[in-house]
Design a protein around this ligand. Structure first.
Ligand code: KG4
Ligand code: ZN
Length: 347
């Protein structure tokens, strides 16, 4: 069988994504974001996201088919994010996918969103050479506004183990909240990145959550960013109370350094502990300049091969879901049928 032609739908958070792939070849990747609607609330509002998906899903489907130059009849399968994510948002994608599966008779695969982020590595934007296939096993570090997870990927399609995740805020969420504390707009990640330029990352030392010896027994691969956020809030508050100007560049640089250091310390530890000298990054926070630089530095020092998919595929999109769907078809996996539901807490 030639490489399967698969359409993937992603609606777990604030991006309505519809992607089409032929095996590992990216044919279309349409993304409609409701980010701007959430900006005035300083974070994603679930009801607003769900309504935006409802409005965006049909045009996104049409546009993806048009871009790929195909019709539903050409497809071999459909794939959709089944979870984890925002319940109402997921339901829009799963409902749409089931409707399409019923109408077209195409097999439908429910895909785990985190596995989708790993699957992004399979793809390359049009015109670029696909990367060599992912060497398995690999450790994957996924960091976005909704998740911060360390995975051991033995087989992308059939065997992915969750090693650890955040016990409170996601890393991207921490960026968004700290940006707000500093009076910077949403989404906070890129703003903090910009504000940190010229700042001294060592001027203020913020806490590194769950990295002390006493935490490592139970939380070796888990993350915590809520204490860090509170520490930044206190520091800024005190400066303001004392009538001192807030050194925004230093605060941003110190905060960014703390996040990057925790992320890479834990990811490298996971690689070393499991004897897997490969690290794959995914999620919107991978766009962070310091996270990327430190990843290169630490991986080089530890002899770990680092893979970072193109940034356009690191953030939520439908193509990564389609890529996993194509993998499932190729592996001869049975479709999920129509009885699975949106599962906001899918492990
Ligand atoms: O993967 P993504 O687009 O969506 C999900 O949340 O699933 O990630 C969005 C998150 C936001 O929290 C945003 O602030 C963060 O990624 N982000 C960044 C940067 N660009 C986006 N965080 C740090 N540095 C950046 N340059
Ligand atoms: Zn995501």
């Amino acid at each position: 069988m030639s490489a399967p032609l698969v359409l993937g739908i992603e609606t777990s958070c604030d991006e309505t994504g519809v992607g089409i792939v032929r095996g590992r070849e990216l044919l279309a990747n349409v993304i409609s974001s409701s980010m701007e609607e959430h900006a005035r609330y300083g974070g994603v509002v679930p009801e607003v996201a769900a309504r935006a998906h409802l409005e965006a899903i049909e045009p996104a489907l049409r546009q993806a088919l048009e871009t790929a130059g195909i019709g539903f009849g050409d497809l071999d399968a459909l794939a959709v994010t089944a979870g984890p994510g925002l319940a109402g948002a997921l339901m829009v994608g799963v409902g749409a996918a089931k409707g399409l599966a019923t109408a077209t008779g195409l097999p439908l695969y429910g895909v785990n969103h985190l596995v989708g982020h790993v699957g992004a590595d399979l793809l390359r934007p049009p015109g670029e050479e696909p990367s060599p296939p992912l060497d398995e096993p690999t450790i994957a570090l996924l960091v976005s506004g909704g998740h911060t997870s360390l995975l051991l990927v033995r087989d992308l399609v059939t065997d992915v183990e969750l090693l650890g995740e955040t016990i409170d805020d996601a890393a991207g969420e921490a960026f968004d909240k700290v940006a707000r504390i500093l009076g910077l707009p949403y989404p906070g990640g890129p703003e903090i990145d910009r504000a940190a330029v010229g700042g001294d990352p060592a001027a203020i030392r913020f806490p590194r959550g769950l990295t002390q010896q006493k935490d490592l027994d139970r939380h070796r691969y888990d993350f915590s960013f809520s204490g860090l956020k509170t520490a930044v809030a206190r520091w800024v508050e005190r400066a303001r109370d004392e009538g001192r100007p807030v050194p925004v560049a230093d605060v941003a640089a110190g905060f960014r350094e703390a996040v990057a250091e925790v992320l890479l310390t834990k990811a490298v530890a996971a690689c070393v502990d499991s004897g897997v000298p490969r690290l794959l990054l995914g999620g919107g926070v991978v766009a962070n300049a310091r996270v990327r630089a430190l990843a290169e530095e630490r991986c080089a020092a530890a002899g770990i091969a680092l893979r970072v998919p193109p940034l356009s595929l690191c953030t939520d999109n439908g193509a990564m879901i389609a890529a996993v769907g194509a993998g499932l078809v190729t592996a001869g996996r049975p479709p999920s049928g129509l009885s699975f539901g949106a599962d906001s807490t899918l492990p």
